[in-house]
Design a protein around this ligand. Structure first.
Ligand code: AMP
Length: 217
């Protein structure tokens, strides 16, 4: 997932996964259908996802939002084509992490059901081997007031995460090629947790803390 970084404060961060979870927790007609799809690790149909995203973008526009960071979208070529028809994409950042670390991160994810904060109890320490570098990612502990309220996402089980990864490789990976062909893809191999990744990501984006207001504008 592409986290919201402080440097981009002022630009709305829109995660389609959050839009789907909001809808499935509502009493709307789509709720039970979405719950089944998400809890099996499948993708929601392009029609449903486009409709949820369009509503969110229209609401943002009405509030005067201009620009956004999309997270978890597009995940199919069809979604990428639709997006291309309605807006100019500046850049696509592909945050890459080896699968064993991704799996551990998903299994360690905890969310505070009061404030919505995201934390992680996993301590990832994978040794380098066969030319692959090792990776260390410290846990992101929850503050004491959130600890009693921590919950896990229903789709963060080993079986479902593996299915999500399988679908990513099959359906979402071609989207990388779509943007690579348009020279809009920035591949970023995560070197570790946020403290290690953040300065390197800024560098890859050609930004530094001085530039943050320009970037946000
Ligand atoms: P995420 O929070 O990004 O892991 O998304 C959670 C779930 O929401 C996914 O496993 C899908 O079922 C659904 N979802 C989120 N974004 C999309 C998308 N762009 N296209 C289809 N399904 C999506």
């Amino acid at each position: 997932m592409l986290p919201v970084f402080p440097v981009f404060s002022g630009i709305p961060h829109i995660a389609t996964g959050d839009l789907v979870r909001e809808e499935l927790n509502s009493s709307g007609t789509l709720s039970s259908q979405l719950k089944e799809i998400v809890n099996q690790g499948q993708l929601v149909s392009d029609e449903i996802i486009i409709s949820l995203l369009s509503k969110r973008l229209e609401a943002g526009e009405a509030k005067g939002e201009s620009g956004f960071i999309l997270d978890g979208f597009p995940r199919t070529i069809r979604q990428a084509e639709i997006l291309e028809g309605v807006t100019d994409v500046d850049l696509v950042v592909n945050l890459k992490l080896r699968e064993e670390a991704l799996l551990a991160k998903c299994l360690g994810r905890r969310i505070c059901n009061h404030c919505g904060g995201n934390y992680n109890i996993a301590c990832i320490d994978i040794k380098g081997e066969n030319g692959k570098p090792g990776i260390y990612m410290a846990p992101l502990p929850a503050p004491p007031q959130c600890v009693p309220n921590l919950i896990q996402r229903a789709d963060d089980t080993e079986e479902v995460v593996k299915e999500r990864l399988r679908i990513y490789n099959e359906t979402s990976r071609p989207v990388e090629e779509f943007y690579r062909n348009r020279r809009k893809l920035l591949e970023f191999e995560l070197p570790g947790g946020i403290p290690e990744a953040w300065p390197k990501l800024l560098e890859a984006l050609n930004l530094d803390h001085k530039d943050k207001h320009i970037a946000a504008a």
